[in-house]
Design a protein around this ligand. Structure first.
Ligand code: HEC
Length: 155
């Protein structure tokens, strides 16, 4: 039998460019996600943004690596997953905050008696009207805890 395949060079892959883009994006996220096992405790000073970048503005650059990269992922995660209820600083004043009665996470009194592990658990498993966020990477959750701690009110 003669092979009826005339040659393979005719194979067209119109979406290959899109695929390559997606793959490199995934790779970038994987790098950011994997090489941060030794994340140190989040410091309030880490939250200081370069001039020109205002609080609440997210610069989605997942391709950057290391501390800075995780910091950005944490900020993106907060804006996407938490701010709708808890608001920018965690006061519970997001658009959906009053409707679900999102608690004020900045309260010094609450912050003093809650442990980091407990906060992690609420984020992962959810509670009542707070949905679970089981899929967030560990270091992003750790960063979210740091972000909440950094917004503790003064009193
Ligand atoms: C749909 C609205 C909603 C979203 C989105 C949401 N939360 Fe909540 N959150 C709540 C509500 C309501 C509670 C109070 C739950 C309860 O104890 O009844 C809560 C409780 C909490 C608590 C515990 C507060 C306490 O007093 O013990 C933490 C910590 C928290 N949320 C963090 C987060 C973080 C971090 C995110 C994003 C990853 C997030 N929440 C997303 C509504 C939300």
């Amino acid at each position: 039998m003669v092979s009826s395949v005339p040659g393979r060079r005719g194979v067209t892959r119109p979406s290959s460019e899109v695929l390559t883009l997606l793959l490199s994006l995934c790779a970038a996220i994987a790098i950011v996600g994997c090489d941060k096992r030794d994340v140190r405790e989040w410091q309030p000073s880490d939250h200081d943004q370069p001039p020109g970048q205002q609080a609440g503005q997210v610069a989605p650059r997942p391709a950057s690596t290391g501390e800075q990269g995780n910091q950005e992922l944490v900020e993106i995660a907060w804006q996407r997953n938490c701010a709708t209820c808890h608001g920018q600083r965690g006061r519970g004043d997001g658009p959906q905050g009053p409707m679900v009665r999102a608690p004020d996470l900045t309260r010094a009194e609450w912050q003093s008696r809650v442990g980091d592990a407990e906060i992690v658990e609420v984020i992962r498993k959810g509670r009542n009207r707070m949905p679970p966020f089981a899929n967030l990477p560990d270091q992003v959750i750790t960063g979210l805890v740091g972000r909440i701690r950094a917004n503790r009110s003064k009193d």
